[in-house]
Structures are given as structure tokens and as C-alpha cells.
Design a binder for this molecule. Structure first.
Ligand code: CA
Length: 240
């Protein structure tokens, strides 16, 4: 595996995104924080600190990979809820998290919030995560079309994220078997709002070096007017 990673502050006064690109522990993560003052940065930093640590500990204790991922999300959630307890309601800290763990030739992907994971394989693009936005939930229930959701005021209102008190059902963990040539992209919405499936399908082939491709994608999102923090981690699965 090779990895590329870029996090750009863009036009925002601070960077509330964090990422992990740990080739040794084979854990990759993007977290996009929210909350007043510097709370968003704190929340995403906590996710980036706690999740890889708990996953490694649970794997060392012989937990199954899926369970290790779920446990890590729960522990990060509890810690962020506690840290935000003294914040006024409506101003609490929270963060998205999308992560991928490679273990025993399987890759386990999970996400909470609207940061996304994409698998790019043989020029095909598959979104592996579901956005936990209110608009996307309305699409799932049949109340909105996908096109209506794109323009909905609820597009970026999240109903599931880390720091959500009472988050009882943890994220779905999606496993896949990596193929040679696969690219796995983890990204915050500052990037995914501005790149298309076609960009991802073509770029994966045009930029075999994942670091170079990460730089190209972030630059593209900023050029297209992303006013948000823009972060991505790209994992390239190469011949063993
Ligand atoms: Ca964002």
C-alpha cells in the first residue's frame, strides 16, 4: 500500500479537518469537526487520536476487525460527548469520521457524518459510505429525489456524527477485498462537494502516485470554489 494525503485550510480562518494516514497500523481516517470557537478542531483531533489507538488495542486483544472499528467509534463518541458537556446546547462539539482499516487482506470501511469513502476500481467509482445528512435520510425514505437533496437546506445538517449524545446505533462497517490497482479515497465534504464521479474515475488512472493525485484533487476543489477546509487521504493498493 502507498498513501497520499492533503489537508488544506482554504478560505476558512482555521482548519477543523484532521486525518490519519498510518501505513504501519494500516489505519486511514478523515474527520471534519464542527462547533463554536476551536471546538471543531478539538473534536476532529480527538477522533484522529482515539480511533487508531482503540482499533490497534482491540486488534491486539484479538477482537474481530469489525468489532474493533465499532468499539473505536463508540469510545471516540463518548469522549467527545464528555468533552462537550459544558458547552451550551446547540454549540456542542462534534465531528464526522470516515475510516478504513486493512487487516488480513480485508479492508473495513465505516463512516459517521458526511465525510465519504470511495472505492475506485477499473475506472468505476463506488461510494462506500452513506451520508448521515437529513437530506440523504429524506432520499432514503422516498420524500426527496437525489437531485432535490443536492439543493436541500438540510444537505449539510447531520443526524449522526461523533459527539452525538445518545448515538446508540454505531456505523455500519463495510468490508471489501482489495484488488491490485484499487484506490480508496477518504475525503471531507469540502472536497466531495466539488468533484464528480468522472473526476475520480479519470484521475485515478491519470495520477498513479497517490500523493500527486491527492494534491491534484484538493487543488481542483479549491479552484472550483470550495470555501471549506479540503482534506483527502488516498490509499493505493499495489502489487504485493
Ligand atoms: Ca467540511
Amino acid at each position: 500500500m502507498r498513501v497520499g494525503k492533503v489537508s488544506a485550510q482554504g478560505l476558512r480562518p482555521n482548519n477543523e479537518d484532521n486525518f490519519v494516514a498510518d501505513l504501519e497500523r494500516k489505519i486511514f481516517l478523515v474527520a471534519d469537526g464542527m462547533g463554536g470557537q476551536d471546538r471543531g478542531e478539538q473534536a476532529s483531533a480527538m477522533a484522529a487520536d482515539i480511533i487508531p489507538r482503540v482499533v490497534s488495542d482491540r486488534l491486539a486483544a484479538k477482537d474481530a476487525a469489525c468489532d474493533a472499528v465499532k468499539r473505536a467509534l463508540e469510545e471516540a463518541n463518548d469522549a467527545i460527548v464528555s468533552a462537550g458537556k459544558n458547552q451550551p446546547a446547540g454549540r456542542r462539539m462534534g465531528t464526522t469520521a470516515v475510516l478504513a482499516l486493512e487487516d488480513d487482506n480485508q479492508v473495513y470501511v465505516a463512516g459517521l457524518g458526511d465525510s465519504r469513502a470511495y472505492l475506485i476500481r477499473d475506472g468505476q467509482v463506488e461510494q462506500l459510505t452513506v451520508d448521515h445528512s437529513v437530506a440523504q435520510a429524506l432520499v432514503a425514505s422516498g420524500a426527496l429525489t437525489q437531485e432535490e437533496a443536492r439543493h436541500s437546506p438540510y444537505q449539510h445538517v447531520l443526524h449522526k456524527f461523533l459527539g452525538c449524545a445518545g448515538l446508540t446505533e454505531s456505523a455500519e462497517v463495510k468490508p471489501f477485498t482489495p484488488h491490485v490497482g484499487d484506490r480508496l479515497l477518504l475525503a471531507s465534504d469540502g472536497l466531495t462537494n466539488h468533484v464528480t464521479d468522472d473526476d475520480l474515475a479519470l484521475g485515478g488512472q491519470a495520477h498513479p502516485n497517490p500523493q500527486e493525485w491527492a494534491e491534484v484533487l484538493v487543488k481542483l476543489a479549491l479552484e472550483r470554489g470550495s470555501k471549506d477546509n479540503v482534506t483527502c487521504v488516498i490509499v493505493a493498493f499495489d502489487a504485493p
